[in-house]
Every structure is written in structure tokens, then in C-alpha cells.
Write a protein that binds this ligand. Structure first.
Ligand SMILES: [Ca+2]
Ligand SMILES: [Ca+2]
Ligand SMILES: [Ca+2]
Length: 216
């Protein structure tokens, strides 16, 4: 009876999308992405270090690649040195933090929508808000942060990662802050490495059937 209950609960999960938000968490280099610790597949990252926005299957509505030795604010490690400064790297900047920047994922280009998507906020003012939408364009919810340090000369201690996981797919993400401009970096997406819940159910039921056959 106990085993049957576990399998039933497992199968019921297949009818729903599993969703989880990430952040805001400290982020100074790619290895700080919480996605990597989950064993994701097809991890794709845009760090803007070629001063281009050309990550496969993703479009944006606002902002442009940016580098400035006086006020640029890349993820710290992109210049090769973790020194508390992102001045020597590249980021994405837009003058309207309140309008924010939306990144849209193309199912046609990618084959399937990513199940993990995130971005690193590196500079701006006020309250920071991150939102993601599922495969049907329904909002998964918002994550709010207040960690802007008020300095605008490349400091990286304030930089934070925001992300979302949704097993059914993510169609777009948006990052904004309530005043001033906005700077961001390390736009990233990935896919689940583990079998879908439906596959787990099939495997579980097969294992149960095999177990019963052995007892006969
Ligand atoms: Ca640095
Ligand atoms: Ca960068
Ligand atoms: Ca910063």
C-alpha cells in the first residue's frame, strides 16, 4: 500500500508544472549560477563580453550592450579578476529602469522553451523586480529585491542573480528597478536533466510490475 501511494503522488505531479523561483543571490562569476548546481543541460549564457547580444533563441525589447571604464558594471569575473569591480567588462544598459528589460524565448528557434531562465542585476536604483512567464504566457510570479548600494562606478558586491524554473517551460523573463537606469548581465537559460514526472511514473510502474512478477 505504501508503495502504491508514492506512485500515485508521483503521477499526479505530471498534471502540473513544477515552478520555483531563485534569488536574489550573490553572483560574481558564472559558477555562482544556482542552475549549474542542479545538473541542468544545454546551459546557455550571454555575458556581453563581445559587446553583442547574440544568445541563441532570445530577443530583448530594451537596452544595448555597454562598456565604460568609468561606470560600466559587468559581472565581476568577466574581466578575469574577482576584485569587486565590473568596470572592465561588458553588460547591458538601458536608461529606463522602470520600463526594464524583457527577454523572450523562441520555441521555434530553440525547439522547446527553456525550463530554467535567469539574469544578473548589476546596477540601478530603487526596488528591483524580476518576473517570469510560463509556456502559456501566464505569469509565474515576481521576486523582489532591495540591494542597490547607491554607487554607480562598477561595484559588484550588490550584484544579484534572479531566476525561475518551470517544468512546462518559460516564455519570457523581465528585470526592472523602480528608478534611474538599469544594468544587467549573464542572461542565461537551461533545461532539466532529470526525466519528466510522466517518465518517472512509467519507470516506477514498470519497477512495481517487475517486483510483483518476481514475488510470484
Ligand atoms: Ca572584476
Ligand atoms: Ca559581462
Ligand atoms: Ca554593481
Amino acid at each position: 500500500m505504501r508503495r502504491l501511494f508514492v506512485l500515485s503522488a508521483c503521477c499526479s505531479l505530471s498534471a502540473f508544472s513544477l515552478a520555483q523561483s531563485f534569488g536574489p543571490t550573490k553572483y560574481l562569476q558564472t559558477s555562482d549560477s544556482p542552475f549549474l548546481a542542479l545538473g541542468v543541460t544545454n546551459f546557455n549564457l550571454e555575458d556581453f563580453e563581445d559587446n553583442l547580444f547574440n544568445i541563441t533563441g532570445v530577443t530583448k525589447d530594451n537596452g544595448n550592450p555597454y562598456t565604460n571604464s568609468g561606470n560600466g558594471d559587468s559581472v565581476d569575473g568577466d574581466d578575469g579578476v574577482l576584485d569587486g569591480s565590473g568596470l572592465k567588462g561588458h553588460s547591458l544598459f538601458d536608461s529606463s529602469g522602470s520600463a526594464g528589460v524583457t527577454f523572450t524565448f523562441s520555441q521555434a528557434v530553440l525547439g522547446s522553451l527553456p525550463q530554467y531562465a535567469g539574469v544578473v542585476w548589476t546596477d540601478g536604483s530603487g526596488t528591483i523586480t524580476f518576473e517570469a512567464w510560463d509556456q502559456n504566457g501566464v505569469s509565474l510570479g515576481t521576486v523582489v529585491g532591495n540591494h542597490a548600494d547607491g554607487a554607480f562606478t562598477g561595484q559588484t558586491a550588490e550584484d544579484r542573480f534572479y531566476g525561475w524554473h518551470n517544468s512546462g517551460g518559460i516564455s519570457k523573463i523581465k528585470l526592472k528597478n523602480s528608478s534611474g537606469g538599469i544594468e544587467l548581465d549573464h542572461v542565461q537559460y537551461a533545461y532539466e536533466a532529470v526525466p519528466e514526472p510522466t517518465t518517472l511514473c512509467v519507470l516506477g510502474l514498470s519497477a512495481l510490475a517487475l517486483s510483483r512478477r518476481k514475488k510470484i
